[in-house]
Design a protein around this ligand. Structure first.
Ligand SMILES: OC[C@@H]1[C@@H](O)[C@H](O)[C@@H](O)c2nc(CNc3ccccc3)cn21
Length: 441
């Protein structure tokens, strides 16, 4: 079990678990439109074992059981995402009544169980029809997304505890348009530069539209890692700092200082959209809270072979998870205090933290991982960071993007042949922390 007690976090601290629509819902029916992850995963070579989200955890049909797992575990909140193609199949235009009905029932189901709905408007499943129109590379996506956000707010906003516009703009931009590892799979510095701006412009445009509708408790979720040099050489120290710019400072500086970091701009060079500086007031729109996803650290060395972003990742020596990420709890304390000290005094939520582990329901390593990272949250709070909540990633084993179903992050095991859910030891650890009991269902 954990070494911490619920009282250590204060009575108002929120504990939750997180998921995302494409990773768990399945339900490619009832008017849901195609998403870029449907097409990306259907393309051979993009996802391990050719896995897709066609069925996933069948959450579209099994959501009552999954909400029961959250309630029985003693969680206060559920971080979920809306599937844009389920609500507006073509991305713009007519809404899908069956999509609205699904999320109506899901959100009411949370409220009936005393779970606070923490919503994310976009967790990577862009409607394919919008990709046909340029997707994130088209500046018009800001208006398309704002209209979608206003629809969500009009139908569900009065029941949501908190709303994030976008999950992990770095993944939407760099991972998906520079590295090509996620959908739509571009490997193009010009696309990456333009999307790195458009994704934040879209966020800010949606915030303005939602404010005009009277929406409250608005934020964004960004992913951070502790970017460190692979050696003490000046070149490697510069490489570590540049990656910190790419992964962390681009978003922190953009959102909270209204400017992009010069070292990253220098790498993007002439590929930035013209007059992007005119958008920075919109990009840095005031927020009500800020979400931090943290998993690990990364080590970087100078790589002179590369004209842009001259760096390469180096494998580190620390214990690793089943997805190969080093276990480095200190990095969570560091990023929380850095954001609080250098960027914003907004309420902070750890909106994702967790680890991939080999299949099985007894997961002592994951218990130790969570215990250590919860300790980092406490340490950051003691250093003045206003951390208001923590969400474990993930409630369920699920579709892990390019890794398919091979990598399991769940507190609850899923047998994909039978869809049987089985709480793991780590779920029991949270249940004991949150309810004082270890009451197997
Ligand atoms: O990979 C685990 C989770 C993933 O399932 C979530 O959908 C996503 O929000 C998420 N973000 C990270 C951290 N960022 C990241 C870094 C490299 C590749 C992919 C994601 C991890 N995760």
């Amino acid at each position: 079990m954990f070494t911490h007690k619920r009282a250590d976090f204060g009575q108002d601290f929120i504990f939750g678990a997180a998921t995302a629509s494409y990773q768990i819902e399945g339900g490619q029916t009832d008017g849901r439109g195609s998403s870029i992850w449907d097409t990306f995963s259907a393309t051979p070579g993009n996802v391990r074992d050719g896995d897709t989200g066609r069925v996933a955890c069948d959450h579209y049909n099994r959501w009552p059981e999954d909400l029961d797992l959250l309630a029985d575990g003693g969680f206060d909140a559920y971080r979920f995402s809306f599937a844009w193609p389920r609500l507006i199949p073509e991305g713009t235009g007519a809404a899908n009544p069956k999509g609205i009905d699904f999320y109506d029932r899901l959100i009411d189901g949370m409220l009936e169980r005393g779970l606070k709905p923490f919503a994310t408007l976009y967790h990577w499943d862009l409607p394919s029809a919008l990709q046909d129109r340029g997707g994130w590379m088209n500046r018009d996506i800001a208006a398309w997304f704002a209209d979608y956000a206003v629809l969500v707010n009009s139908r569900f906003g009065d029941r949501l505890a908190a709303t994030a516009t976008i999950n992990e703009p770095w993944c939407v931009a760099y991972l998906s348009h520079m590295l090509g590892i996620h959908a739509p799979g571009y490997r193009d510095i010009r696309a990456a530069a333009r999307v790195s701006h458009n994704v934040l412009l879209t966020h800010g445009t949606a915030i303005a539209a939602l404010r005009a509708e009277g929406a409250k408790n608005l934020g964004i979720v960004c992913n951070f890692e502790s970017a460190q040099p692979a050696s003490d050489s000046p070149e490697d120290r510069e490489a570590g700092r540049l990656w910190d710019g790419v992964f962390n400072r681009w978003y922190l500086d953009g959102l909270f200082k209204g400017r992009y970091p010069d070292d990253v701009l220098a790498q993007f060079g002439p590929h930035m959209p013209q007059a992007y500086t005119d958008d920075m007031a919109v990009v840095s729109a005031p927020l009500d809270w800020f979400g931090i996803n943290y998993y690990s650290r990364s080590l970087w060395a100078h790589d002179p072979r590369r004209s842009a972003f001259p760096l390469r990742q180096v494998e580190g020596p620390l214990e690793k998870t089943a997805i190969g990420w080093e276990i480095y709890p200190q990095g969570l304390e560091d990023i929380l205090t850095r954001i609080s000290d250098d960027y914003t005094k907004l309420p902070l939520y750890v909106t994702e933290n967790g680890m991939a582990e080999v299949e099985g329901t007894d997961d002592p390593r994951r218990v130790a991982y969570y215990d250590a990272h919860l300790g980092s949250v406490l340490a950051a709070r003691q250093r003045g960071a206003d951390v208001r909540g923590y969400f474990g990633w993930s409630l369920l084993d699920n579709f892990e993007w390019a890794e398919g179903y091979d990598k399991r992050f769940g507190l609850v095991h899923v047998d994909y042949q039978t869809q049987k859910r089985t709480p793991k030891t780590s779920y029991r650890a949270f249940q004991t922390l949150l309810t004082g009991a270890n009451n197997p269902r």
